[in-house]
Design a protein around this ligand. Structure first.
Ligand code: HEM
Length: 499
């Protein structure tokens, strides 16, 4: 009866419905209180490859099978990311002008038979972030990273995640937003950006965030002011093609300067947190295993390190890290598998039949549950929940392990969800790989990590913040403080190079 009143009666071809214990809002409460883990809990009850979760008067379809995930990715004309991300961005950045969202939605494009604004923005970003185009920003980022690594004083004591985040924020912003980026001009905005990022769910889910999520709200407003000044003073002109194109495209559709600045908060969200959290986990996973650390050091030294005749200039080549260090690359992907339970979310804009079987109804949302797929023992083998540094060594998609030789097989390409997939496959993954592998290789090669003075061990493997909504890579819940002891002799200059 309730379903009828709210128009939620399912069609028999729709994925099976899992009703919550508390009607209408049970799944919403479950998600808000259990975050990433909720889909796994629900999925364990039914084991369906796809199921429907009724929420208020609509439903969300949850996909837990890699094969169906690839079908969802292919249906990219009726299962769209853009309409959702526009609403999401509006809540995240707080556009001031009420016409901005309509300008970005660009609904007239269809009747005028031209690509809409989001399609053009998508194409621009995929082009400028493609491997052939990303070399200039990558070279700037690596030069900045080299300078920072060379400047780390011996025996520096720092909390590891915070240190990584600081390096990434500085070098990524320099590379994309130029030497006069907001964090270079006002370093205290780094802390503000991450206060905002930590409080994002509270900020976005409240109708009055200025009251209920005040800390995050005020931090965002300070970041906004920094970006507004950056735009108003023309500092973006010294930034990358990506940033300049975004400015131009947003101006062309008539966005006000404050809202151009606000939209850049969304870009910072793509650029900064995920890559730094991932790097923390890769370092944690390597340094907490002495045998693995020794093997990776040897792999880098043999295949990616070159030393000039004087012995004083030592170069680590990203291209060699990428192509000739399979163990390092495998650890990188395994760290993403365990810590990046990314959920690909699409809006169903027309009734769509998926895999010739399931009806997805218009105006519903479909989510590919990265966390469930990443931990599925049928996909990865019985050790799916534990860290296996060699899982991705013979295939970038991973290999099913811990099973009889005859069952060992490459994993389905759509099972690795770290960068999503389909038409929204993360365009920043090439840049992220350059940045992450280079920083990890530098720390592994140049430093020993020791306990801070007065401590007898490093508390690696902190618990993971998995009760948050799955908006990004999961953060460590406890500090991991280290002393960074240089392994090199005096007077060595380290160069992180592209080739
Ligand atoms: C380890 C770091 C990163 C991870 C784990 C990550 C992950 C993701 C995921 C899961 C998606 C959504 C895919 C989907 O819905 O199927 C995405 C989209 C996106 N990412 Fe990343 N990302 C990372 C780094 C970056 C970087 C460094 C940039 C920019 C240089 C970036 C730019 C973007 C953009 C612009 C989109 C949206 C694409 C669109 O609108 O079509 N990402 N990313």
């Amino acid at each position: 009866v309730i379903s009828k009143i709210f128009g939620t009666k399912p069609d028999p071809r729709e994925p099976p419905v899992l009703h919550p214990k508390v009607p209408f809002i049970g799944h919403i409460i479950g998600l808000l209180s259990n975050g990433t883990k909720y889909y796994a809990t629900v999925s364990a009850r039914c084991k369906y490859p796809i199921f429907s979760l009724p929420m208020l008067s609509s439903r969300t379809y949850i996909v837990t099978s890699p094969t169906l995930a690839s079908h969802i990715q292919r249906a990219s004309t009726t299962l769209l990311f853009a309409p959702l991300i526009i609403g999401f961005t509006d809540r995240m950045v707080g556009f001031q002008d009420k016409t901005s969202v309509a300008k970005i939605r660009d609904l007239k494009a269809k009747e005028e038979n031209r690509p809409d604004f989001m399609d053009r923005m998508h194409d621009m970003m995929y082009f400028v972030l493609s491997p052939s185009e990303i070399n200039i920003v990558s070279a700037i980022m690596l030069e900045q990273l080299s300078n920072r690594i060379n400047a780390v004083p011996n025996e520096t004591e720092r909390e590891l995640f915070e240190w990584v985040r600081e390096q990434f924020t500085a070098v990524t912003s320099y590379a994309f937003h130029g030497p006069e980026n907001l964090f270079a001009m006002e370093p205290r905005l780094i802390e503000d950006f991450f206060i905002f990022e930590r409080g994002l769910v509270g900020l976005m889910s409240s109708p009055v965030p200025q009251l209920t999520a005040r800390k995050a709200y005020l931090a965002r407003e300070r970041v906004f002011k920094g970006l507004l000044e950056y735009m108003a003073k023309g500092r973006y002109k010294k930034g990358s093609t990506l940033v300049q194109n975004r400015y131009r495209m947003h101006s062309e559709i008539g966005l006000s300067l404050p809202d151009i600045a606000r939209s850049e908060i969304g870009m910072l969200f793509g650029l900064l947190p995920n890559a730094s959290i991932t790097t923390f986990w890769v370092l944690n996973n390597i340094f907490s295993r002495p045998q693995l650390l020794a093997e990776i050091r040897e792999e880098i030294q043999k295949n990616a390190l070159s030393i000039d005749g004087s012995g004083k200039i030592r170069t680590i080549s990203f291209e060699s890290l990428r192509s000739s260090c399979p163990l390092l690359n495998s650890v990188y992907r395994e760290s993403l598998r365990l810590n990046a339970p990314m959920t690909s979310t699409r809006l169903v804009v027309e009734d769509t039949i998926v895999a010739d079987t399931y009806l997805l109804r218009a105006n519903s949302v479909v989510q590919i549950a990265g966390d469930v797929i990443h931990k599925d023992t049928n996909v990865w083998g019985p050790d799916a929940s534990s860290f296996n540094p060699r899982r991705f060594i013979s295939s970038p998609y991973g290999t099913k392990t811990g099973v009889a030789e005859s069952e060992k097989s490459p994993v389905h390409p759509a099972a690795f969800r770290g960068f999503g997939g389909g038409s929204v496959f993360c365009p920043g993954r090439h840049f992220a790989q350059r940045e992450i592998l280079s920083l990890v290789a530098a720390v592994v090669t140049i430093f020993d990590l020791e306990p801070p003075k007065g401590e007898d061990h490093i508390p690696f493997n902190p618990p993971i913040d998995e009760t948050r909504l799955p908006l990004g890579v999961m953060k460590p819940l406890r500090e991991v403080s280290v002393r960074m002891k240089r392994r090199d002799v005096e007077d060595v200059k380290w160069v992180l190079a592209l080739t």
